[in-house]
Design a protein around this ligand. Sequence first.
Ligand SMILES: [Fe+2]
Length: 172
Amino acid sequence: MMFDLTIFINACKQAVVSENAEQVVADLIQKALGSPEALRQVFKDFGEEEDLVHQSEGITIYHVRLSPGIQFPPHDHGMTAMIGVYEGEETNAFFKRNGSGLSPAGERTLNAGDFIQIKQGGIHSVVNNGAKRAAALHVYMGHLGNEHRSCWHPQTEEEHTFDMEDYFRWAK
Ligand SMILES: [Fe+2]
């Protein structure tokens, strides 16, 4: 089936009030990944970094493009996050809190068609180590913009209240 953005958003909004909301949203994202050409068409005029697709009380949806080599700083979300990559590759590096700083806790590279779910409290940074631009759906099980969360300075590893300007400024 082809991917339709309005249907996807409405299905996600309905899912969050269902009993096993996370599983339903995970299934919706993975189903969408089965139509990469349709995703490319739907998002072809979206921006070069992050575009907010939808945000409401129960769910936030971003379309995220990553240029080769770009790395965004470690951050958490305060809620479950789900990532589905449909083009290129996105490497997620995971971290644990270590005193006032962070310790590495593994990484996973997502290729086109791959999906991960990051639990509430999970800390990650994202980088595109590939040769071509990556594109992905990032879906959060709540209102991400209203959430008090953290971002860590990539050099000092100092924890800061998440701020979108810092997040882009600290990208490299
Ligand atoms: Fe994230």
